[in-house]
Design a protein. Structure first.
Length: 548
């Protein structure tokens, strides 16, 4: 009798468990993964033979009605069966001579998802083992959205929002090279974001939710541009100077419009502590989830752009000068009003592309040096004892010509990981990029490279190239930590992007989020800016003279 009672209890508990209701979020999270997996793995879908987006929209009502995991799994099983049989081709031979990168790769959910029946997991595993094989050569500039029309989605519609999020989440899941270095696991981002996507009331709320989602990529290349930003419908109003955040304070570094700055007595070195009664620290915290950055220095650079623009003309600004706090009621202006030319003129003050400093030291401003200028630069600076290449900016593709001057021989300076389109989620290593050439007359002096948070992507890549010269010293602070090409994504109402390939040193050292590590770390100080010093350049000149 006791055995019969135990058996009945076990069967009853199993029945209760199997028929337990599941939440909408649980169903959609699981559907997102299955839909994305089939999008990239199933021969009928990955080959572009079916309108996979429309099929999702057709299945969503059925998925919404499913009450138990058995009902849910059956819907997905039947969906897979409707696509037709998958030809068995396993085992798929591995390509010869290819080294794979698997840190982003994880399909363990196929067997671990609690909503999946054993039959569903088995079907998915079979598709993985007999997945779509492409013969198309796809490089880093491929179009990731070629099999779908995501530009015309109506985001006020819940199903359209779900479709877009499924597409984006899976695009990052299978194609983003740096998923493994995100602070928050991409699975958790899916769990947290889906309920928000379901609950938004209009497009503006949707844009904010997915903007916060994109910030979880922790990639300085990521931008999120809303074409019609209602906050600035009348045009943004700007503070008339460039600034930098130092010690939770905003410090003026460059005047952009002399007359506007003069009207409010704004000078280089002025320190701002509050804007509209909010401290700089509070503002930094307020925007934390809205801006994507690989590291803190680049986040501060991004958030500063937002802090120094206002929807209103009238802005209250608190300054700290000589230990005293004073508040000014300022009028900020639109760059496109009558002061437009003055702003443009102030922002583009004439600079020298290269010059000879005291003590036979060369200086090159990489932001404005063009390829046509390189021969003249080499002729003017080839006899110097050192050349300072200022890469605290974005260069103009001059690395190759300069590297031939700096290097005695050709060297590899970067290797890459590309998405493996025959096994989505996996990446593979490439041979990488070389610079320099056989040159016995190469530059023999010291090579100094200046870097900071303004050094992004091509700037970081160029610094990696210059490091191969062997006599190179990096001076400055942490760079943006986002190297390589950018994949652009254009949608109705907004635009975003992300780093499309992985970039590493030839020995496999990472650059994403880390940036180019300086040999000598130097950061500007408030005191130095107030005294008109370029402390990073000054430290470089001292190193050239002393070797320390």
């Amino acid at each position: 009798m006791q055995r019969i009672t135990v058996l009945v209890l076990v069967l009853f508990s199993q029945t209760i468990f199997s028929s337990a209701k599941i939440t909408e979020t649980e169903k959609l999270v699981a559907t997102c993964k299955v839909w994305g997996f089939l999008k990239y793995y199933h021969p009928e879908v990955a080959g572009g033979k079916t309108n996979w987006d429309n099929q999702l929209l057709e299945k969503l009502p059925k998925i919404e009605k499913a009450q138990t995991k058995e009902e849910f799994s059956l819907i997905l099983e039947n969906w897979i069966d409707e696509l037709g049989p998958v030809k068995e081709i396993a085992p798929i031979p591995e390509p010869k001579g290819v080294k794979f990168f698997d840190k982003n790769f994880d399909l363990s959910w196929i067997n671990s998802n609690k909503l999946f029946s054993k039959k569903l997991s088995k079907k998915l595993k079979f598709i993985e083992e007999n997945r779509f094989q492409t013969t198309e050569e796809i490089g880093p500039g491929y179009n990731p959205l070629k099999n779908g029309d995501y530009f015309n989605l109506k985001f006020e519609n819940k199903d359209s929002r779900i479709l877009w999020m499924f597409m984006y989440w899976n695009l990052i899941e299978y194609r983003f090279p740096y998923k493994y270095v995100m602070d928050q696991k991409w699975d958790i981002t899916l769990d947290k974001t889906l309920p928000l996507v379901l609950d938004v009331k209009n497009e503006d709320e949707f844009f904010e939710v997915i903007r916060k989602m994109s910030s979880k990529l922790d990639d300085s290349h990521v931008e999120f541009v809303i074409y019609s930003n209602k906050k600035y419908e009348g045009g943004g109003k700007f503070f008339p100077a460039n600034c930098k955040i130092i010690e939770d304070k905003i410090v003026v570094t460059e005047i952009l419009a002399d007359s506007l700055a003069q009207a409010d007595d704004i000078k280089v070195g002025d320190v701002i502590t509050k804007i509209n009664d909010k401290t700089v620290k509070e503002l930094i915290t307020e925007y934390r989830d809205l801006f994507c950055a690989s590291n803190e220095p680049f986040y501060l650079k991004k958030v500063l752009r937002e802090i120094l623009v206002s929807a209103s003309d009238n802005v209250k600004v608190e300054f700290l000068k000589e230990g005293k706090y004073t508040t000014k009621a300022m009028v900020w202006h639109n760059y496109h009003d009558s002061h437009r030319n003055e702003f443009k003129k102030g922002a583009k003050k004439k600079k020298e592309k290269f010059k000879l400093l005291d003590n036979n030291i060369g200086y090159v401003d990489m932001e404005i040096l063009k390829s046509a200028n390189v021969p003249s630069m080499i002729e003017a600076l080839k006899s110097t004892k050192a050349i300072v290449f200022d890469l605290r900016n974005y260069p103009k593709g001059t690395y190759a010509e300069i590297a031939k001057f700096l290097n005695a021989e050709q060297k590899t300076f970067a290797i890459y990981t590309y998405p493996d389109f025959s096994y989505p989620g996996r990446f593979y290593w490439t041979k990488g990029s070389v610079c320099g050439s056989e040159n016995k007359e190469n530059y023999k002096g010291k090579v100094i490279v200046l870097l900071n948070e303004d050094s992004l992507s091509q700037s970081e890549w160029t610094a990696m190239c210059f490091q191969t010269a062997g006599n190179t010293t990096i001076i400055g602070s942490q760079t943006a930590g986002a190297d390589g090409n950018v994949t652009e994504l254009d949608f109705k109402g907004f635009h975003t992007r992300y780093s499309g390939i992985g970039v590493y040193y030839p020995d496999g050292r990472e650059t994403q989020r880390i940036g180019i590590v300086p040999d000598i770390e130097v950061k500007p100080t408030i005191k130095g800016i107030q005294e008109g010093k370029d402390e990073v350049l000054d430290r470089a000149l001292a190193f050239i003279e002393t070797g320390k």
